[in-house]
Design a protein around this ligand. Structure first.
Ligand code: 5GP
Length: 195
């Protein structure tokens, strides 16, 4: 099978990585396609099946784990499973495209370990935990409890940043977007790959 490159963006929830990934996807010259993850959580807001996620129930998700259909999977929050289906990567590579991921830090590092040379792993760092909490509150998509759960997890996630190829500090969105574009375009164009 023809393989392409893998671009991983990982960060604590609310760091702005989704905005960065969407920005990169709007640039056709980067030849990127979004890896749609599977999840057992409920759809949020105006999320669309097969576009934002493949929404599965807990039973379906666990069946796919058993059948080894995932490249990586993670119980990111209790009973909320997320994972990358092997078939999803194959689908994107079959289009001749590079895969871009918006996934949790553990999943991101798993992908880097599975495909060390083909993967550019980028960590997006929020300015501070306080700022992260403000951003999550502004989003108004989660309850106070869920926000606290995400904030608690963020501190643990921040500690993994040095294991990534690059860290982007998202203090100023425009600067972060430009930095992400430059990193990805250099990586996608290069013949030599990261080790
Ligand atoms: P959310 O519920 O906000 O959409 O996502 C929660 C967390 O799960 C985020 O950090 C998101 O990046 C992560 N996530 C989404 N898809 C995957 C995946 O396929 N694998 C892993 N390991 N994490 C994922």
């Amino acid at each position: 099978m023809k393989t392409g490159k893998l671009i991983v963006f990982s960060a604590p929830s609310g760091s702005g990585k989704t905005t960065i990934v969407q920005h990169l996807l709007a640039h056709p010259e980067l030849n990127l396609e979004f890896s749609i993850s599977a999840t057992s959580r409920e759809p949020r807001g105006d999320e669309v099946e097969g576009k934002d996620y493949y929404f599965l129930n807990l039973h379906e998700f666990k069946q796919k784990i058993k059948k080894e259909e995932f490249l990586e999977w993670e119980e990111v929050y209790r009973d909320n499973f997320y994972g990358t289906l092997k078939a999803e990567i194959e689908r994107i590579w079959a289009h001749g495209k590079n895969v871009i991921f918006d996934i949790d830090v553990v999943g991101g590092l798993d992908i880097k370990h599975i495909y060390p040379k083909q993967t550019l792993a980028v960590f997006v760092k929020p300015p501070s935990i306080e700022e992260l909490k403000i951003r999550l509150k502004k989003r108004k998509t989660e309850s106070e409890d869920k926000i606290n759960m995400r904030v608690a997890k963020a501190s643990i996630e921040l500690a993994t940043a040095p294991q990534f190829d690059f860290i982007i500090e998202n203090n100023n969105l425009q600067i972060a977007l430009d930095e992400a574009y430059n990193l990805v375009s250099t990586f996608v164009e290069a013949n030599s790959e990261l080790g």
